[in-house]
Write a protein that binds this ligand. Structure first.
Ligand code: S3P
Length: 427
């Protein structure tokens, strides 16, 4: 349990931990590349630590060489070993879905499962296309849910038009495509985050990208790399929001990943009249990185839908908090995917906000929230969802009475030192 009190301002400079999506992918690709990959800036959150554990179970040598530094010894595409036991991913959707893609290409038997949230999240979205590629893959209720069982092997290249814009599905199919007999093409309705494409290319895979369509060519020689992981924009977003809504604030966040498929929240915040400045843009590998300066701002409401949604999907619960402080109404639609995240995030953020005195209207695929509301304070539960916990902690910074957050340990999934960083900035 954590209690968050209101503060008078935020100031100072921090660096948020490594990007969650890239940390998972770095370990996975290093595991099937040839040679020793050095990873720096790895996110030691529970989700990414589960990926390390899973790949160790698959016979990969992974050594921690510093606080956020790891060495991964890869022995090539065909070096993974049949695990002796079930592969447990905890709360991590990225681990279970992307690893399914890799395991679909392995000629052995494996079982993937996770916590109470994972076993309720949709898995057919990866199982169906992987079956089309020829993998023997199944799950509870004819492939709808984990545990997932896989006997992989000779895969065929496919062309797959995905009904949803999901980077996890896209990545699973591209990873399986490494093991197929011919090229594999994935087409998505809107562009989702492209970290897999960037990292695959860095490791030496051959890809062709045309708008919403990615083609991967099979059986490349993946070569070990030295990888510097940028700070996670989705973690930075909490402090961006905090500095915008707490009066008299000015903070700097250094080394933040600014991949254009990830920074929809930044674009929206600017449209809402938020003062955010990007300085010193540079590259870590193929990923754009920069420093951010954020100042308290008078925000106004906005409408968000369509192609923007996948580019800020993880920031939408936080956006609800921000919108409650803006002038006018904010409306989010086309975001039905929120209902199948770590929790049903439309429901969990709405319940949490109502518990602290904020009105919000739930839609099937989003929400409507009026601005300039008083946050009264009160008791909420994360329901085991890290991003709900952090979003409500930010609400607590301007609440009339404290916000008490139950199940706050969920935050360790993506940002174990969240409260320490918050303390460092709070005045
Ligand atoms: C992720 C993709 C997104 C995102 C999740 C991480 C990834 O999920 O919500 O937090 O690392 O590929 P979907 O691909 O299911 O949209």
């Amino acid at each position: 349990m954590k209690t968050v009190h209101s503060i008078s301002s935020l100031s100072g400079s921090i660096q948020v931990p490594g990007d969650k999506s890239i940390s998972h992918r770095a370990v996975m690709l290093a595991a099937i590349a040839e040679g020793i990959t050095e990873i720096n800036g790895f996110l030691n959150g529970e989700d990414c630590l589960h990926t390390i554990k899973v790949f160790k179970q698959l016979g990969v040598e992974i050594e921690q060489t510093g606080e956020t530094a790891y060495k991964v010894k890869g022995n090539g595409l065909y070096s993974l070993k049949e695990p002796k036991d079930v592969l447990y991913v905890g709360n991590s959707g990225t681990t279970i879905r992307l690893t399914s893609g890799i395991l679909a290409g392995q000629p052995f038997y494996s079982v993937l499962t996770g916590d109470q949230s994972i076993i309720r999240r949709p898995m057919k979205r990866v199982i169906e296309p992987l079956r089309k590629m020829g993998a023997f893959i199944d799950g509870k209720e004819n492939g709808r849910f984990a545990p997932i069982t896989i006997r992989g092997g000779s895969l065929h290249g496919i062309s797959y038009e995905s009904p949803i814009a999901s980077a996890q599905v896209k990545s699973a199919i591209l990873l399986a495509g490494l093991y197929a007999d011919t090229q594999t093409t994935f087409i998505e309705p809107y562009r989702s985050r492209d970290h897999s494409e960037k990292l695959l290319a860095q490791f030496g895979a051959k890809l062709e990208i045309k708008g919403r369509q990615v083609t991967i060519f099979p059986k490349p020689r993946l070569e070990a790399q030295s990888i510097q992981i940028p700070g996670d924009f989705s973690s930075a977003a909490f402090f961006i929001a905090a500095a915008l809504i707490v009066p008299n604030s000015r903070i700097e966040i250094r080394n933040v990943g600014l991949n254009e498929t990830r920074i929809g929240f930044l674009e929206i915040v600017k449209k809402m009249n938020g003062k955010v400045e990007i300085t010193d843009q540079r590259f870590f590998g193929q990923e754009v990185v920069g420093d951010l300066i954020i100042e308290s701002s008078s925000l106004h409401g906005i409408e968000i839908s369509g192609e923007m949604i996948p580019r800020l999907i993880d920031e939408l619960p936080l956006l609800a908090v921000l919108a409650s402080q803006a002038e006018g109404t904010t409306k989010v639609t086309d975001a039905k995917e929120l209902r199948v995240k770590e929790t049903d995030r439309i429901e969990t953020i709405s319940t949490a906000l109502r518990n602290v005195g904020v009105e919000i209207e739930e839609l099937e695929d989003g929400f409507i929230i009026k601005g300039k509301q008083k946050i009264r304070g009160g008791v909420i539960s994360t329901k085991g969802d890290h991003r709900i916990g952090m979003a409500m902690a930010i609400a607590g910074l301007i609440a009339v009475t404290p916000i008490i957050i139950h199940q706050s340990e969920a935050i360790h999934v993506s940002y174990p030192q969240f409260f320490e960083d918050l303390k460092q900035l709070a005045r």
